[in-house]
Design a protein around this ligand. Structure first.
Ligand code: KG4
Ligand code: ZN
Length: 356
């Protein structure tokens, strides 16, 4: 049995995990830096790098403790080698390399996106090839996953990633960072037809996305709401009025935004499925992964679309959608089994596409 220590430091989570090739997550420690970044409404790279440096050792210690394992029990040490905020990636890679060299273990540099892509093979039995919609804070793309390290890109966003768009909409509304969970929660109480936001790229050929137009439409609606007396804060409007209350309007806005985003994903998914079917007639799985895959409404909408095409939608459990180190350890296992290890001269990468 192979055991791998995985380290993730590419954004604002300092994480370490121990995973076995028998798909057992022995430990999965995620230390979120949300509180450190909260006053700034987004991730501040310098603060993130310093926080990773301060916490990485203790997070790794906790993971080994929880797994009841020692470094000498590991078969390899895997760390996110990019893409991401370079200061954080450097901290993770340097730590992993130091451990690997002291313990005499192989080092494996994992592409963060490959971590998201392969998580479903840890949590479910999914065979290659499969169709992947990867939606996170920095990425939004369709890929055919043919195997470990073998990706075909079908399309992606020409501007903002969807997670980024959720975060910006949340910021406009004075909601806390990260915006995705806050918007999803409020959207549950709103009317998704209250605002007729444009559905980006609807009916267009291909598998690309664009979310900047939708973001601008939401910004315009927020401005109009402000003009109508809404104050972007948590002040409650206590006046008696027949107009919807500010809270209702914010919920309606979140709900309508989320609906437009979902319709865009579903519309683009239809094209991606057709292309996938042409290229890989034997494939049946549609995988949704990345932080935005935690969104239950989007999952539900995409499930209906994929079912209509006879494909099964599979998404990892919520805790493994957002950034974590179990996915890095698992991708490390997949690579280790194929003999794909890296040298200690590997250079951390801010940009690292899975496919062009
Ligand atoms: O994969 P991830 O943890 O980090 C990146 O690799 O980017 O994704 C983080 C993104 C953030 O933009 C966050 O707002 C979004 O995922 N997100 C969500 C939800 N939970 C996290 N977006 C929509 N609905 C959610 N429930
Ligand atoms: Zn991620």
């Amino acid at each position: 049995m192979a055991l791998i220590l995985g380290i993730e430091t590419s954004c604002d989570e300092t994480a370490a995990a121990v995973v076995s090739d028998a798909k057992e997550i022995r430990a999965n420690i995620v230390l979120s830096q949300t509180a450190e970044h909260l006053p700034y409404g987004g991730v501040v790279p310098e603060i993130a790098a310093r926080a990773h440096l301060n916490h990485i050792e203790s997070v790794i210690g906790q993971a080994l403790g929880k797994a009841d394992a020692r470094l000498s029990d590991m078969d390899a040490i895997a760390a996110t080698g990019g893409p991401g905020l370079i200061g954080g990636v450097i901290v993770g890679v340097m730590t992993a390399k130091a451990i690997a060299s002291v313990a005499g273990k192989p080092f494996i540099a994992v592409n963060h996106l490959e971590g998201h892509a392969l998580t479903v093979r840890l949590t479910n039995d999914v065979a290659f090839p499969f169709l992947l919609l990867l939606v996170s804070g920095g990425h939004c793309q369709f890929l055919i996953v043919e195997g470990v390290g073998r990706y075909q890109r079908l399309g992606g966003t020409v501007d903002d990633a969807l997670g980024e768009c959720f975060d910006k909409v949340a910021k406009m509304l004075g909601l806390p960072y990260p915006g995705g969970p806050a918007v999803e929660k409020l959207a549950r109480q709103g009317n998704e037809h209250a605002y007729a936001f444009p559905v980006p790229m609807k009916g267009r050929e291909g598998c690309d996305f664009s979310f900047s137009g939708l973001k601008t439409a939401v910004r315009q609606a927020v401005r109009e709401m402000s003009g109508a007396g809404y104050q972007a804060s948590d002040e409650k409007d206590t006046s008696v009025s027949r107009q919807p209350s500010p809270d209702t309007r914010i919920a309606d806005l979140c709900s309508s935004f989320q609906r437009a985003a979902a319709e865009s994903l579903c519309d683009r998914a239809k094209n991606a499925i057709r292309l996938f079917r042409e290229r890989c007639p034997q494939g049946t799985a549609f995988i949704l992964s990345g932080g935005v895959a935690a969104n239950q409404y989007l999952r539900g909408r995409l499930e209906k679309t994929t079912r209509g095409f006879g494909m099964e939608l599979i998404a990892p459990p919520v805790a493994l959608c957002t950034d974590n180190a179990a996915m890095i350890a698992w991708a490390g296992i997949e690579r280790f089994r194929l003999g794909m290890v890296d040298g200690l001269d590997f250079e951390p990468k801010a940009r690292w596409p899975l496919a062009f």
